[in-house]
Design a protein around this ligand. Structure first.
Ligand code: PLP
Length: 373
């Protein structure tokens, strides 16, 4: 199989780039003296998680119980499910634990703590801490933190520690702001751990992270592990945050030119939002890439050319500044292949059931990915 033989649209991975991204994050966290528990929700692919493990990752993070099931079947047994538990699914959690899966849960309410304890003894739980006002979690200074800790301890659960995810890092607009956010994420989560310990409660794990804060952190004292995920592919949002270069983006969508509107300066391709996703994550960043950055078939970005519009199965390629360039029709004739770099790798990857993986020798292999909950 060669690139030319592939049907489009397809999710293409640059294998060497994936490997570089894995090494880079691992080396960075090794240097900061903290374990990496990668979030496998971006790739949802066993081959990739195995490469992360081989590079030194310890445990994995998942965003669905389906991921927990699939990765456990594949031999991963140290799994943090980092989304607040929906109580009707506690039976599934127990079943996984009984099969030997070291699944850990997160929660941030007394109700959930009580339900977890009622589901049976010995479930390991991390309390989610809000370090940035972005989403879920308990304020590190709140009385509720100790109440949840005490309820878990008294109810027979294993209080595994605290975790946080500073999602506000995606809105930072300078390296200084990112560094400050990384330190805020660290300091507030460590503070929550201290409060639990001062109250006589155990707090062995202090788990923080996202790709931008992991790469911006100057120190990670008193943190035990970092959860980063999208770094494995990177994307245009990460590029806009300044944490990767365009050529660090390992995932692209291979597409074919299917038509032209020369008077409008449009090239139509067979990758619409069904392939690219509707994610417009760069819309709020200084550089807006529309639905993706356009590269030639070899993956070289074409400066200024973006997917400016997307219907379900049609992508509209044009210059970012909107000028109607009739010459694009000759430059990119019908049948020409292009690659599109995604705004948000997790969302784009989720449109596909497998990856076509391009090795440095030009050979292709297929890695399965899965979806669902
Ligand atoms: C709870 C949690 N941890 C870790 C991550 C990983 O962050 P990133 O994808 O920026 O690496 C995410 C991403 O959404 C998350 O929700």
């Amino acid at each position: 199989m060669k690139l030319i033989d592939l049907d489009t649209p397809t999710a293409l991975l640059d294998e060497a780039c994936v490997q570089r991204n894995i090494q880079r994050m691992q080396q960075r966290l090794d240097a900061l003296g903290v374990a990496l528990r990668p979030h496998v929700k971006t790739a949802k692919c066993v081959e990739i998680a195995r490469r992360m493990q081989a590079a030194g990752a310890r445990g994995i993070t998942v965003s669905t119980l389906k991921e927990a099931e699939v990765f456990f079947e594949a031999g991963f047994d140290d799994i943090l499910y980092a989304v607040g538990i929906a109580l009707p699914r506690l039976a599934q959690v127990r079943a996984l634990r009984e099969r030997g899966c070291g699944l850990k849960l997160v929660l941030d309410s007394l109700e959930a703590a009580q339900a977890v304890c009622a589901a049976g003894p010995g479930l390991e739980v991390l309390i989610e801490i809000d370090t940035d006002g972005h989403r879920a979690g308990v304020d590190p200074e709140a009385a509720l933190l100790l109440q949840i800790g005490q309820a878990l301890q008294a109810g027979g659960a294993v209080l595994g520690g605290v975790m946080t995810h500073a999602g506000a890092s995606y809105e930072c607009r300078s390296p200084q702001a990112l560094q400050a956010m990384a330190e805020q994420e660290r300091a507030r989560c460590v503070r929550a751990a201290q409060r639990l310990r001062q109250a006589g409660l155990p707090c062995p794990r202090v788990s923080v992270g996202s790709t931008p804060t992991a790469l911006a952190a100057q120190r990670l004292d008193d943190v035990t592990e970092v959860r980063a995920g999208v770094y494995v592919f990177n994307d245009l949002v990460m590029h806009g945050l300044g944490v990767c270069r365009l050529d660090d983006i390992a995932l692209s969508v291979l597409t074919t030119v299917i038509g032209h509107q020369p008077a409008r300066g449009w090239v139509l391709v067979d990758a619409g939002w069904m392939a690219l996703s509707r994610d417009r994550g760069t819309a709020d960043q200084p550089v807006d890439w529309g639905y993706g950055a356009v590269c030639d078939e070899q993956g070289q970005p074409i400066d200024g050319l973006i997917v400016s519009g997307a219907n379900q199965e049609h992508g509209i390629v044009s210059w970012r500044d909107g000028h109607a360039d009739a010459a694009l029709a000759q430059r990119f004739p019908i049948g020409q292949r292009l690659r599109i770099l995604p705004n948000h790798a997790c969302a784009t990857a989720a449109q596909f059931g497998h990856y076509e993986v391009l090795g440095s020798n030009g050979a292709l292999q297929r890695w399965e990915r899965f979806s669902g909950w």
